[in-house]
Design a binder for this molecule. Structure first.
Ligand code: SAH
Length: 246
């Protein structure tokens, strides 16, 4: 039985891969990867390494999670080194915890290799620090996958009224509902927000607006994209560095 490395691939820019991830990718007999993991990373593997695509896009699974779990397990029975490569960090909305739990229950050895999450790095490449002295003392990363209008919502929206920076992943399709909900709970409709698409890659696009007009402004922006809400967005005016550099 082999070892499984639940590995973060980083947000897009391949140079944001960790040295540890780079090492296990070179050692891998098989790499099981998602759509959000930059496919250029696969080219770093040794000759004969197998690739298994378990396409997963914005929370929608082409392969259901239980089949992904079983695929990882079956590969661990066949190979010495299995890399499960996931976009960003495996434990930030990556279902890495479920995959680790499945392996644990079957006595398969695994290690977790954290990755640079898009939640922080896409804003950084857009010139938006998620915290900033005198502007934001905290940030929160929230799933935007669930409609804010859902009756049984697990999201404590009322708590977000005073939040400094809020980052929504998987939320582009719910952008108008999220913005409306934040205004409804008492956030200023002029509160700055940004939508960042394909962050840290050459195709990065950033749209800046307010809670009131962001939906209209971001209507043509492609996925993957995340939403940043809070005054830190204004810092982009001085700190945007990446788009001009590529
Ligand atoms: N584990 C990943 C997140 C998986 S959820 C991480 O840590 O980054 C998938 C969501 O992440 C997407 O819907 C999008 O909101 C966000 N995302 C991933 N890569 C992104 C990128 N390069 N730019 C902007 N958003 C990204």
């Amino acid at each position: 039985m082999g070892i499984v490395y639940l590995t973060g691939a980083g947000p897009g820019d391949i140079e944001l891969l960790t040295l540890k991830a780079y090492r296990v990718i070179q050692e891998a007999d098989v790499i099981i990867y998602d759509r959000l993991a930059n496919p250029e990373i696969l080219e770093m593997s040794k000759d004969g390494c197998e690739f298994v695509y378990v396409g997963k896009e914005d929370g929608r699974h082409i392969m259901p999670q239980d089949e992904i779990n079983e695929t990882i397990y079956q590969n661990a029975l066949k190979h010495d080194v299995v890399v499960r490569l996931k976009g960003g960090d495996p434990f930030v909305f990556g279902r890495g915890g479920e995959e680790a739990g499945y392996l644990h229950a079957r006595d398969v050895k695994f290690e977790v290799i954290p990755g640079i999450t898009s939640a922080i790095s896409a804003p950084a490449y857009a010139g938006i620090p998620v915290t900033h002295r005198g502007v934001a003392v905290s940030f929160r990363v929230v799933t935007g996958h669930e409609s804010p209008n859902k009756k049984t919502s697990q999201i404590p929206w009322e708590n977000y009224k005073t939040d400094d920076t809020i980052i929504f992943l998987m939320g582009l399709h719910n952008l108008s509902k999220i913005a409306k909900k934040l205004i409804e709970i008492g956030k200023d409709k002029e509160c700055p927000c940004a939508v960042i698409s394909k962050g840290t890659t050459k195709e990065q696009k950033v749209v800046v607006g307010t809670l009131e007009d962001i939906t209209q402004k971001a209507k043509d922006i492609p996925t993957p994209a995340l939403i940043v809400v809070g005054k830190v967005v204004e810092l982009r005016e001085q700190l945007a560095w990446f788009e001009g550099s590529i």
